[in-house]
Structures are given as C-alpha cells and as structure tokens.
Design a protein around this ligand. Structure first.
Ligand code: AMP
Ligand code: MG
Length: 326
C-alpha cells in the first residue's frame, strides 16, 4: 500500500483529464455537433469523452492493465446514441495535444470503464461531473477516486472553474484527500498543497446550503424550505461535486441532496471523490437517513437515499430535520 503514489497518480490523471477538456476547447466553439443527448442520462460532450480517455490512459500507464475502472461513459452507449463520429474527433483532439491514440484506443479506454464495482480495488471516475454546468458556463468537476473494500481511500476533484481560496489566486483548483491524512487543495498553476478544513455552522447564522442548480437532479426548493427550520437558508446552488469542495474549505456549511424521485440511487462516481475530500476536511457524509455510504454495492449507491454532508453538529441537525420533514 503506497498511498503517496496512489495520490500522485490520481493527481496526474486529473491533470491529464483537465488538459484534455481544455484541448477540446470551449463548448461555444465545438457547437451542437460535439454534444450527444443520452436521454434521461443527460448530455454527453466531446469533453466528457476526452477526459475519460485521458484519465484512464494515465492510470493505466501507472498501474498496468490490471487496474479496474468504474467510469461513467461507455463506447457502447455512445454508439447506441449515434455518437461514433465523436470517438474519431476525440482521437484527433487528443493526438493534436500530444497523446498517441487512435479511435480504436479511444473505444478501448471508454470500454474499460465498465467494471461493475464491488468490494475489490477500483478507480471510480466521473470524467466530467456536471455536464449541464459545463455547457452553461457553470461549475464542473473531474472526479477520480480510488475505492477499496467499499471505501474511497484517495480522492481528487479537478475544478477548472473554481477560484482558489487559501491557495494561489486564479482559476482552477485541485482538491484532494487521502483517507486518514486530511484534505488539501492546490492551484492548477502549481505551488504547494494547502490543507483545507470545513467550518462548523453556529446557530443564529444563515445556513449556507449547497445544492444542485438543476431542478431535475435534486429537490432543492423543498429542501431549502425544510432546512429553514434551523435558520435562514442562504442557498449555494452549484453544479457538480464542487459542492463537496466548497463545504470542505468552509465556503458553504453543508451539501444536501434529496432526489426528486424516490427510487433514484446515486452513481458512485458522483460521490466517491467528493465525499472523501469532505470527510477528510472534518465533515460527516451519509445518506439522508444518516447511514454511511457503502461504495461496494456496484455502480450505484444501492443502499443510500440522497446525501447529507456537513461537520458533525450540523450534520446531526440536518438528518433530524429531514426525518421530521418526511
Ligand atoms: P449536480 O451537478 O449536483 O446537479 O449533479 C450532477 C449529477 O446528477 C450528474 O452527474 C448525474 O449523474 C446526476 N443526476 C442525473 N439525473 C438525476 C436525478 N434525476 N436525480 C439525482 N441525480 C441525478
Ligand atoms: Mg456526474
């Protein structure tokens, strides 16, 4: 077990993925041809694909062909929605940015993300969490976590549009955590990693409550009404796992997610990296019933409903409030 190496490789993979997203260019430039609608699963862009290929190639180069990946995008799903031409474009973009890869290599890297998860060691990857935010000019995250025995042990969030706070100014932050070793952030520009800590909310202050921008993803309005039992709610509506990073560095008090549909189970790649960053910054992260998250249940958090992430005292108050609110 070499956690320093695991973290270093996860950071390299996140940097490679962020570089691939940058190489794709801005959504305004690549236009509608670069976006595929996956139905209920939402939009998929050239950037999602390039990012996943870059992250997996980087981790494979470090850990060899036995590395396992539970990643969001799959070549079959892209093909099923008529997206084959996107794979060719992704290969061209990555080649132009210096990576030796062709369309078959792109297909292969995407296909290798189909591991079913479970209790062995694997990497959970959301190559572009918050795609709707990415397209809208909002936040998005490249999320990479190493999961062992159902627990994230290393987590990295690449946040290209998040401004630094407590580290070098400028846009672009990498937030990271290793189980038992705390959480840190560093700027994209380089420089040292700076420790980050969540701040416990005190009664009488507004509750800065992080939640989804997208109404279809989380019942944010109803949630904010419920939480107003604790105090004035100051909504922090942000796309992607950037919400975990904001709580982890004290820029929000809590992140709560209640799915608008009772049967919805969260994907593990939407939470593995962010939950570890928040936990290591001093938060408790559970589902809305207060049950710890179990990442060994496959590609989804099958035993969890929603998310509550906050330092211990506020976490307890939120779980109680949600239980009373039904
Ligand atoms: P956010 O940016 O917090 O709104 O979260 C983005 C994530 O929401 C995406 O990565 C999706 O996996 C997830 N998502 C998509 N549809 C739903 C839904 N109906 N309920 C909850 N989450 C969803
Ligand atoms: Mg996601």
């Amino acid at each position: 077990m070499d956690r320093a190496r695991d973290l270093g490789c996860a950071l390299d993979a996140a940097r490679a993925a962020c570089g691939a997203v940058a190489a794709v260019g801005s959504p305004a430039d690549f236009g509608a041809d670069g976006v595929l609608e996956k139905g209920a699963a939402g939009p998929l862009t050239l950037a999602d694909l390039a990012s996943q290929v870059a992250a997996i190639a980087s981790l494979r180069a470090a850990f060899g062909p036995s590395a396992r990946f539970v990643a969001e995008e799959s070549a079959d799903e892209v093909a099923a929605h008529g997206g084959e031409p996107l794979l060719v474009r992704v290969a061209e973009i990555l080649r132009a940015s210096g990576m030796a890869i062709d369309a078959a290599g792109v297909r292969d890297a995407l296909s290798s993300g189909g591991h079913e998860g479970g209790s062995d060691r694997f990497w959970a990857i959301d190559p572009l969490d918050g795609t709707k935010g990415y397209l809208r000019g909002g936040q998005f995250a490249i999320a990479i976590a190493l999961v062992e025995a159902g627990r994230p042990v290393v987590g990295v969030l690449g946040l290209p549009r998040l401004a630094g706070s407590g580290c070098d100014a400028g846009s672009g932050v990498l937030a990271s955590a290793v189980s038992g070793s705390g959480a840190h952030q560093r700027s994209f520009a380089g420089g040292d990693a700076v420790p980050i800590r969540a701040r416990e909310w005190s009664s009488g202050h507004p509750v800065r409550l992080a939640g989804s921008v997208e109404k279809a993803h989380s019942a944010s309005d109803a949630l904010e009404t419920l939480v107003s039992a604790l105090g004035t709610v100051d909504p922090v509506r942000v796309d992607s796992q950037a919400k975990y990073a904001l709580v982890a560095r004290g820029d929000a008090d809590a992140y709560v997610r209640r799915s608008p549909s009772a049967g919805y189970r969260e994907w593990i790649w939407d939470h593995a990296a962010g939950a570890l960053v928040a936990t290591e910054s001093g938060c408790v992260v559970t589902d809305t019933l207060g049950t710890p998250l179990d990442f060994a249940q496959g590609r989804r958090l099958e035993r969890s409903t929603g998310i509550v992430c906050a330092p211990q005292r506020l976490h307890g108050a939120l779980v109680d409030t949600l239980a009373r609110g039904g």
